[in-house]
Design a protein. Structure first.
Length: 73
């Protein structure tokens, strides 16, 4: 059985997902910065994870606010 949700609930779920992705991006950024001096491999892995969350944020931002990250050119 599938869960049917209205547009308001869908928007709330996307906003919660975005907030979670933003929190994870900050955490991985801090981890990457903390590991940079002593553990370059760990810092690199953390940076990759941060980039993944940044991509998720861009996608969710485009859903929530179309054109927010439009390239100026």
């Amino acid at each position: 059985m599938t869960d049917v949700v209205d547009s308001d609930e869908l928007l709330r779920r996307i906003q919660r997902g975005r907030a979670c992705a933003e929190q994870e991006e900050r955490a991985w950024r801090a981890r990457s910065d903390a590991l940079a001096a002593n553990d370059p491999d760990g810092a690199r892995e953390a940076a990759v994870r941060r980039l993944a969350y940044e991509a998720v944020l861009r996608v969710l931002d485009e859903i929530l606010t179309p054109g927010r990250h439009a390239e100026v050119g």
